[in-house]
Design a protein. Structure first.
Length: 287
């Protein structure tokens, strides 16, 4: 995730970074500019149909469709941002639940070995969830002094949650925690699994294909017909105007595509690795 100063306007305007949509759209923008210039030349210089009122009225269609496409893109962007924000909320809950779990264990447990076990296992869950959502294989233990062999053919976060519950149950059987404390700690472990499930729901359920394909087709055909209506009034300036309109519309769609899956490695995705490292630091301070 890119860190920036929200009040620094000029940095936004004149700085180009890896996530900027200009880099991705530049080849298509060049092709559309050439296409718009060609249509403008053919209409004004070759076909000479500037007096044809029916062709000039095509701009009325663009005006009506422009309102429709703006509504579609607003809905698309809001839906994608909702997914991004929901992912951030879930990881915020993981931070809070990890702290609460660590605080309770720090007070309840008396054996230093038991504390050391959870001191390393709780942050381990956050790190493995980060790797799980990024489709990164986790086949080795993250800490040398914790027995955490992960089977990459099985659900990795579930294996860590199971180990935590097994340890809690072992402490109960050894009379190190009471039944009431078992119930309280079980709820904390359950919250980890619920957060994992919510993140998987966001990652594995993209926007329906038909809706996404329709928006892309709509943008394409809308932009491709712009030169036919505006060549009469703008002449060869139609090319940069059409390119800019395409840049705005396509950029909104690209940004929505990027943030609707907030757990990848894109520039605007959530900093889940950093959050997992913060969980590790906080848990080690508490236990």
């Amino acid at each position: 995730m890119i860190s920036y100063n929200t009040k620094d306007w000029f940095t936004f305007i004149f700085r180009f970074h890896k996530a900027d949509t200009v880099r991705t759209l530049f080849p298509i923008m060049v092709a559309i500019g050439v296409y718009a210039a060609f249509i403008g030349y053919m209409e004004v210089e070759f076909w000479k149909i500037a007096e044809n009122s029916y062709v000039k009225n095509i701009t009325i269609m663009h005006g009506m469709l422009g309102f429709v496409i703006s509504l579609l893109l607003v809905f698309r962007t809001n839906t994608a941002y909702d997914r991004w924000w929901e992912g951030r909320r879930q990881w915020g809950s993981l931070v809070n639940n990890s702290r609460n779990f660590a605080i309770k264990l720090a007070v309840i447990l008396q054996d230093e070995k038991d504390k050391d076990y959870f001191r390393k296992l709780i942050p381990n869950y956050a790190m493995i969830l980060h790797k799980h959502l990024n489709n990164t294989e986790v086949t080795k233990q993250l800490f040398d002094d914790v027995d955490l062999e992960i089977d990459h053919h099985k659900h990795k976060p579930n294996q860590v949650a199971k180990k935590m519950f097994c340890k809690i149950n072992e402490l109960y059987l050894d009379k190190k925690i009471s039944g009431d404390q078992l119930i309280i700690l079980n709820a904390e472990i359950q919250s980890f699994t619920e957060i994992c499930g919510a993140c998987e729901r966001i990652k594995n359920t993209p926007i329906p294909y038909s809706y996404s394909a329709f928006i892309k087709k709509f943008i394409f055909f809308y932009v491709m017909t712009l030169p036919f209506g505006y060549s009469f009034s703008l002449g060869y300036y139609t090319a940069p105007v059409v390119v800019f309109i395409f840049y705005v519309l396509a950029s909104l769609e690209l940004i929505a595509e990027e943030i609707e899956d907030p757990f990848g490695g894109d520039e605007n995705d959530l900093p889940t690795h950093k959050i997992a490292e913060n969980i590790k630091k906080h848990v080690e301070e508490l236990i």
